[in-house]
Design a binder for this molecule. Sequence first.
Ligand SMILES: Cc1ncc(COP(=O)(O)O)c(C=O)c1O
Length: 407
Amino acid sequence: MSDSGIPKNFFAPRVGRITVSPSNAGAQRVRELKAEGRDIIGLTIGEPDFETPASVKEAATAAMAREETKYTNVDGTPELKAAIRAKFRRENGLAYEPDQIMVGNGGKQVIFNALMATVSAGDEIIIPAPYWVSYLDMPLLADGTPKAVVCRPEDGFKLTPAALEAAITPRTKWLVLNSPCNPTGAVYSRDELKGLAAVLLRHPHVWIISDDIYEHLLFDGVEFATLAQVEPALYSRTLTVNGVSKTYAMTGWRIGYCGGPRELVRNMAKIQSQTTTNASSISQAAAVEALNGPQDFVPQRARAFQERRDRVLELLREAPGIECFRPQGAFYIFANCGGMLGKRTPQGATLEAERDAVDYLLESGGVATVVGAAYGLSPYFRMSIAAPIGELTEACQRIRRAAAALR
Ligand SMILES: Cc1ncc(COP(=O)(O)O)c(C=O)c1O
């Protein structure tokens, strides 16, 4: 029996296999420290600090006034599916019929549905590392075997065709691609996707999740490309996932969606019908406006993120022991902190490992970041740049001071 009186075997082994999302746990820690009166800049969470567009909020209010407050179809309202189909056609050159589209409570649930509908014990899921942490935990919930493939900084943290080829086995079920990537901000070009596609065409049993959630957060004029568009021969085994959370600053509304093979989407909807049923009816109405309404603020916000990236990279260049990767998209800086390790803090402690460095930045610098291990690569830390530029400037100055105080 444990302290609480609940026998240990009460909980299913699957719960023990997974972790609480480290960025959520980090954000919780920031809230606790702030509540204690500490001056902390929290850069742990991946959520735009901009407002949800006014027209989107108005669409939600109008939906409530129309009494659209009841269950909808499990896989999404006809209006939202139409808006999603139009988005895929307009922005990605991808044609899907309504029964190839589904809406979930965030891109997270859409990916979860896909894995739950397809993965059994022993099935392998190839995940390029550094990765978004849920890619690892979700297959574990489905009794699958995630296979992280570490991508090297000299390859721009991108999966190479040779590394993909080497990772594929007869048990491989899925490859999960994410561009722009959380946490590195790496973006795959059309040619790089073509290179991966050539490998995938030789292995017809491997299906692909293309997580395009950061599609519109691109810097330096880089163009977005997605696998099913780049290689139409892969369309019939690619699930293209997207959502409104990042592009439209709508993380709390919980709307994600996908386009993919009909049979897969039908089985995903079956899973969702036994978990959450539909996504919120009001959020769906808001998402229709997000996708169909004016888009002019989207590139403006991407430019704002680019300015923040430039400022942070410039300021952290002078932080001893820290080396930042230059992201081409998303809103994170993935920084190598290997140069801080082995050094002594002013308090006399030695920074032995990445976790010590991140704790030191929090305790001494008052800046909360997330350890690279959470994303499958050490010694690194991830900091979100989804914060006002003044706050980021202050955070970088604190990091510089803390790093410079090490001996
Ligand atoms: C790479 C990636 N995919 C998917 C998601 C899921 O976002 P949501 O569930 O809000 O659509 C996130 C959120 O952090 C993410 O970083």
